[in-house]
Design a protein around this ligand. Structure first.
Ligand code: HGY
Ligand code: MN
Ligand code: MN
Length: 414
């Protein structure tokens, strides 16, 4: 094994800061680089220029995922990276850290004068956060995006994927053809913040997910009667918010009845119409995200949620509609890759915690194309998808060094 190159932590911190110059929200301290927003497009242009300056062969696919190739063209590669988009008021580490670590690993190899026998592609995927449902970037790479889904994809504000992409000069109909062929990619590795409390509670600097929970993304509409809040007796209302509230209060019972210890049901976005203090809400539109490690449990919760919604809607005189926007299957990551990461963690004397990821990740959709696995670093107070998201650089350095070791072993550098 050639001399072990080291992660340059300051350079990594500077790279993450450069990425986070895009979409910063001074009013909250968070970041908004939602898929295909101007900030998302701008950060990709900047990151492409950075990789070009590093001497990588840079390309983009039709979903606007970025690739920076280190090593020979035309042969199967190892992909390493994560996503550059964020949720609407997200943190500084979700996705961006994995992209920065991937490039830092390549930089450390180049510093050491190493060449990979198996080329390495640094990947910055597009639209992982599911603004339109799913994980468009990695699903496009894995060839899992259908023309039918592309046509109906719409975000929670009614903006279609087609319009959002065309506004940025992109053509969604080119996405299905952008898929990588089986065999093009030999492995996909992703470093990511845990986004939960497990590693902090167990005081472990490294997490090695053996699998990730799946995600069912539903859009629900309850339609009642907008009416005067003063003249309409309480027993003569078709109040869409009252229906939503009753459904929401039954979520714990649904989990109790048909869920598991890792099952989650979340109503994260709600829109009331006409949303005026003196008018009974005639309409409630809301998102429902169902997660579990078992597809059967997820489907069972989806069925139960539909039954409860129908019963509550009937009791409140509401018409209800449930649309399934996307489904991401729970996965087990590649055992050989997880074992390799575990061996490298042992060799580097890094205590690593095997676990299941409660969050969805590109690595899980990439399992449809190639063996994939992840490295987690702890999240302070388990917080993510919020400006308070934070990870300690001492932990990040350990995770990045583990990623570098794994890449060196997989790409047979010399
Ligand atoms: O929502 C998720 O699980 C991930 O952050 N996209
Ligand atoms: Mn993420
Ligand atoms: Mn996320």
């Amino acid at each position: 094994m050639p001399t072990e190159p080291r992660i340059n932590l300051r350079r990594l911190q500077e790279l993450l800061s450069e990425i986070n110059m895009f979409g910063f929200l001074p009013e909250t301290g968070g970041f908004n680089r939602i898929g295909f927003s101007d900030a998302d497009m701008a950060v990709r242009d900047r990151f492409a220029a950075i990789m070009e300056a590093d001497g990588l062969a840079v390309s983009r696919d039709a979903a606007n995922s970025l690739f920076g190739r280190f090593g020979a063209e035309g042969s199967p590669s190892i992909m390493v990276g994560s996503h550059l988009d964020t949720v609407a008021d997200g943190g500084a580490f979700d996705g961006a850290l994995g992209v920065a670590v991937a490039l830092e690993c390549v930089r450390a190899m180049k510093d050491a004068g190493l060449e990979p026998a198996v080329p390495i592609e640094v990947v910055a995927t597009s639209e992982e956060e599911g603004r339109f449902g799913g994980m468009l970037g990695s699903e496009a790479i894995a060839g899992r995006v259908s023309a039918e889904w592309l046509e109906r994809a719409v975000d929670a504000d009614g903006v279609t994927l087609r319009d959002a992409m065309q506004a940025q000069g992109l053509d969604p109909s080119a996405i299905p053809a952008a898929a990588r062929r089986p065999g093009d990619v030999v492995a996909f590795l992703e470093l990511h913040i845990e986004q939960g409390p497990v590693l902090e509670q167990k005081k472990r600097p490294i997490g090695l997910p053996t699998g990730a929970t799946g995600i069912i993304n539903l859009s629900v509409v309850l339609k009642g009667t907008a009416n005067h809040s003063g003249t309409t007796p309480m027993d003569m209302r078709a109040d869409a918010f009252a229906g939503l509230a009753e459904i929401a209060t039954q979520i714990p019972a649904m989990i109790e009845k048909s869920g598991s210890d890792i099952a989650r049901i979340t109503i994260g976005k709600v829109e009331l119409l006409p949303n005026h203090p003196h008018t009974i809400p005639g309409e409630a539109r809301f998102s429902v995200i169902i997660r579990d490690r078992s597809e059967d449990v997820m489907r069972g919760l989806q069925t139960l949620f539909a039954h409860v919604t129908a019963a509550v809607a009937a009791a409140h005189g509401l018409v209800h509609q449930i649309e399934a926007k996307s489904f991401i299957a729970p996965v087990a990551f590649d055992p050989q890759l997880v074992r390799l990461l575990s061996e490298e963690a042992l060799r580097l004397k890094l205590p690593a915690q095997k676990m299941i990821s409660g969050a969805g990740h590109d690595a899980q959709t990439m399992m449809a194309l190639c063996p994939s696995a992840m490295i987690f670093v702890p999240s302070r107070n388990g917080i993510s998808h919020a400006p308070e998201e934070h990870s300690e650089w001492a932990d990040i350095e350990k995770g990045a060094q583990l990623m570098l070791s794994a890449l060196m072993r997989l790409s047979a550098v010399s």
